[in-house]
Design a protein around this ligand. Structure first.
Ligand code: PMP
Length: 403
């Protein structure tokens, strides 16, 4: 008996995977320098408290500050009372609720598409929007800087994949020049790149794929609520609404909730409902998530001041950073990277901002290309003039201390 127990306990010793994980240098470094996985004690709008210290949050994707809008909170409370905390099942079985249809119809109308399907996370939506459609014999053409959720979809589809240079229609054309026009293809890109703040050159992409048998998928997680009339997204902003086949995105950015969506022609959404593993085998969006996103979508349209405030803040912020001669990687959106080009500099720059009460996110390789190590910042409509003044003082301090 004792021998048996000893054998069971020794399993830990024998597992190579466990040993590999225990010895992992990246995890050791993360624990040593600890810039990730912070747990805030408290939050009020764009302010958070970390170990009792108040900080301005300068890296949240709550672009319009709607996550604690009074009517969004009220809608969430009501939904919790009406529907409970969970959907407890996948949509295909017992997880479907009337609120799913309500949110999907509202999003479809807002995005001016035929149909929408919502998931419990943007990651599921974006992964599903690729994986459901790509199959053996197809070719996926992808901007090399797209989000991990799209890569997960690409890698788990059986399609062949070719990368093209970030935001480069010329590179896309070059890749296409080696391919048969008749091969079924899917072009995958983002409307707005959250790390770089870049906007995709959609009209040029559409021109490049003419006559190439290509379906288009855009992840507009960071374009929705930010760009285009009433925040309808990047395609609206660039005047190509209706010309991108599928749009996926997240409810956790401008819509102040949690969850994701895929939007497009009804036949594609229905096909996804039949074939998508992420849709068939994962619990549906909860009532609270759904009600908060739906109310944020209403607020977004009824109260245009939030988008106006967001862009006024972006202008002021960008101007200030450029005066400090910081490298913003030509960001054009509220996602503004501060490229420091060196792991240590980026780390110490972030620490200096933290010392002065400003919380940002560190992004180092492989999350960014080598020499592009950066601090990821994003501006929100929720930042007040006083917040911006404090942020500017912190940046002046960090520049003096680190650069
Ligand atoms: N796509 C992009 C471009 C994103 O930035 C994110 C979130 N970081 C996602 C998809 C996934 O969304 P979610 O956080 O809602 O899962």
């Amino acid at each position: 008996m004792l021998k048996h127990i000893a054998k069971l306990l020794s399993v830990k010793e024998e597992s190579s995977i466990l040993k590999r994980c225990e010895a992992d240098e990246s995890t050791k470094l993360r624990h040593k320098y600890a810039p990730y996985y912070d747990l805030f004690d408290r939050q009020e709008g764009s302010h958070v408290w970390l170990n009792g210290k108040e900080l301005i949050l300068l890296s949240s994707s709550d672009y319009l500050g709607l996550s604690d809008h009074p009517s969004v909170i009220e809608a969430g409370k009501k939904a919790l009372e009406q529907w409970g905390a969970s959907s407890n099942g996948a949509r295909v079985a017992n997880g479907g609720r009337a609120y799913h249809r309500e949110l999907e119809d509202a999003l479809a109308q807002f995005l001016q598409v035929e149909a929408v399907h919502v998931h419990a996370a943007g990651y599921l939506s974006c992964m599903s929007a690729v994986q459901s459609f790509g199959q053996r014999g197809d070719l996926i053409l992808v901007d090399r800087n797209v989000h991990s959720s799209l890569w997960s979809g690409i890698h788990s589809s059986l399609a062949r994949v070719e990368k093209f240079s970030h935001n480069s229609p010329a590179s896309l054309r070059k890749v296409l020049s080696y391919e048969e026009a008749a091969t079924p293809k899917m072009l995958v890109f983002e409307g707005v790149y959250s790390m770089e703040g870049h906007i995709a050159p959609i009209p040029e992409f559409l021109e490049a794929i003419q006559g190439q048998n290509t379906m288009t998928l855009m992840d507009d997680a960071h374009g929705l609520g930010v760009l285009g009339r009433e925040g309808r997204g990047t395609a609206h902003h660039l005047g190509v609404n209706g010309q991108v086949d599928l749009i996926c995105g997240s409810l956790s950015k401008s819509l102040g909730s949690v969850g994701g969506f895929v939007a497009g022609p009804r036949c594609l959404i229905e096909y996804m409902r039949t074939h998508s593993k992420q849709t068939l085998f994962s619990a549906a969006l909860s009532g609270v998530q759904s009600a908060c996103a739906l109310e944020a979508l209403r607020v977004l349209q009824a109260e245009p001041q939030h988008i106006r405030r967001l862009w006024a803040n972006v202008e002021r912020y960008r101007e200030f950073l450029l005066d400090l001669e910081l490298d913003l990687w030509n960001s054009e959106t509220p996602a503004v990277p501060i490229v420091l080009g060196d792991k240590k500099k980026a780390y110490y720059f972030r620490q200096a901002l933290l010392e002065k009460g400003v919380y940002t996110t560190l992004a180092i390789a492989p999350a960014v290309p080598p020499k592009k190590e950066l601090i990821r910042t994003s501006i929100s409509a929720r930042h007040t003039d006083a917040d911006l003044d404090r942020i500017f003082e912190a940046f002046k301090f960090a520049v003096r201390k680190v650069l």
